[in-house]
Design a binder for this molecule. Structure first.
Ligand code: ADP
Ligand code: MG
Length: 233
């Protein structure tokens, strides 16, 4: 099991518009992709190529029409929606382009949320949140309201929130897409370093040409398909 890929996507098809695989507009047209344990993979491709759809399927937010997705040996398509949600809460962290933080809560409170959802008591959740804040360089800002932070700081909160419950897999959807290039670079470096520290597997959709430097491998998508799987350029 330890040598098996953490994420294994096989011949996945997904359409939107109508239930089932026969109707609607095909968005993923037979995607296969493995991500090894501890690997940092950048998923690149034009807008509309299906990157977000694929991340949502791997994260169990949405379900496939055809094909299979295994995360850490668990077949997501054979789970009920509820058990998939529970699996996601325990095993996966998400980082978003627009951060998806609660602006009127503090840094510490935002980072605590996944733990509270998992039933951790508030005191323990806040202690873990403070540790995660330290790790992303926000140890001195844990009591700040999130709306008072810069974009780069907000994304650091987003990364701390994605890490706080010690997931195996981190999914990031254009995490630098709303940041200037210098801040984006520091966010990519932070993802790289927390990934290494925590032996995380990271799958990141991005347009950022600098991403290739921070990650282990670039996978390209076009029109709902993986077009190549070259090693790092
Ligand atoms: N919920 C949805 N309903 C209908 N169409 C969707 C939905 N989500 C995405 N799409 C369509 O699927 C295609 C791929 O979208 P997406 O996965 O967001 O691509 P990317 O993240 O690479 O820009 C686009 O044509 C988009 O319009
Ligand atoms: Mg997208």
């Amino acid at each position: 099991m330890t040598n098996s890929p953490l994420v294994s996507v096989s011949k996945v098809r997904k359409s939107y518009g109508r239930a089932g695989s026969s109707g609607g507009t095909p968005v993923l047209r037979g995607v296969s992709l493995d991500v090894a344990r501890g690997e940092f993979v950048a998923l690149m491709g034009a807008s509309g190529s299906g990157k977000t759809t694929l991340l949502n399927l791997v994260g169990g937010i949405d379900s496939t029409d055809e094909g299979s997705i295994h995360v850490d040996g668990t077949a997501l398509e054979s789970m009920t929606d509820d058990s998939r949600s529970a699996f996601r809460l325990r095993n996966i962290g998400f980082v978003f382009q627009f951060f998806n933080l609660l602006p009127n809560l503090t840094v510490k409170e935002n980072i605590s949320l996944p733990l509270l959802f998992l039933g951790v008591k508030e005191g323990a959740a806040h202690r873990s949140a403070n540790e995660a804040a330290n790790e992303v360089g926000l140890g001195d800002k844990t009591e700040r309201l999130v709306h008072q932070l810069s974009g780069g700081e907000m994304q650091r909160v987003g990364i701390a929130r994605a890490l706080v419950h010690k997931p195996k897999l981190l999914l990031a959807d254009e995490p630098t897409g709303n940041l200037d290039s210098r801040t984006g670079k520091s966010i990519l470096e932070l993802l790289r370093s927390v990934g290494t520290t925590h032996h995380l597997t990271i799958l990141m959709a991005t347009h950022d040409m600098g991403a290739a430097e921070s990650c282990d491998r670039v996978v390209r998508m076009a029109d709902g398909q993986v077009t190549d799987e070259p090693s790092k350029p």
